[in-house]
Write a protein that binds this ligand. Sequence first.
Ligand code: RIB
Length: 368
Amino acid sequence: MSGKRLRKRFLSVFRSFQSKERCLITTIRDVAERAGVSISTVSHILNETRHVSDELKERVQLAMLELNYKPNALARSLRRKRSRTLGIIVPDSANPYFAEVARGVEDASFDQGYSVILCNSDADPEKESMYINVLAEKQVDGICLVAASSQTIETHLDNVPHLQIPMVLIDRENPNTVVDSVVVENTAGSIKAVEHLLSLGHQRIGCITGLPDLINSQKRSNGYREALKNAGLIVDESLIVEGDFRYEGGYDATKHLLGLNDPPTAIFACNDLMAIGAISAIVSAGLSVPQDISIVGFDDIHLAMFANPPLTTVVQPKYEMGVTAAKILLQRLQTPDLPPKRHLLQTHLLVRESTKAVVHHPIEQNRT
Ligand code: RIB
């Protein structure tokens, strides 16, 4: 059959399905009979397990279209031992930070012919474990995990060997585990944030921490302390308030800081959602940012530039973290025996409009 006639045939069949004239469920045997080839030829074409001529391929593809044949993906994955699907589990799919990371995973996977299943653990270790098992049952070829907590990483990785699914950690790691990971320089990023505030003359700088059991939170708090010590300042523990990476946590922590006898003139929030919550708390107290209090965040989520005022923050390469994690996972599928590797990506400070030089009121200058 000539190429032109074949294309014409494809189009007429395609149009017939567009008008929903037929919805048959057919088997690989029906396709082989319609195309006039063996079942094994159809199987080789479906699973790309042997070279088949273009003419035969086109006859089989036309037969599949005419019969509305849908290959059984699960059966194919069992034969191939590849479902060409990855899973990603994040603690909060509504948090723009994780959405941008997941987008990087999905784009890099799609480019390599892989689909991605996104799971939201709600930062609940039990739900996270449930999803790891669900993804294993669905025969995913690998999992990208942004862990609910540093502790759950060890639990999962103790269980994962029997699942025999490669896993890469994104953003949150556990030094006791030897597994591929993609993380950023959290301590250095926090030092840059606090040094920026110090350069503006701020000395009473508050810190709203992330979730205390996460290693990246601990590293950010450590960076805050290190920057103050490097500047010869004593760390005032009353200026450090435990947060939770949520808008509400930033709002409540800032209300607490504003209630101190000697409130801070600047606040470093260990993620942008808490920094935006801090801005809201300051405004609701009748004060303004940065005129009364400067604010710095961490992440540079898309919303940061639309905050009022636009947020000064530490940029995490979120999309690149997702792309890197997907590439590591796909590489591991090809070379399972490579030693695990920790990929450390850079952060940098992006100064916008939520910080300014501190104004020392005349009375304060006499207070020494
Ligand atoms: O906004 C969510 C926070 O949790 C980010 O800072 C990211 O690092 C994640 O750990």
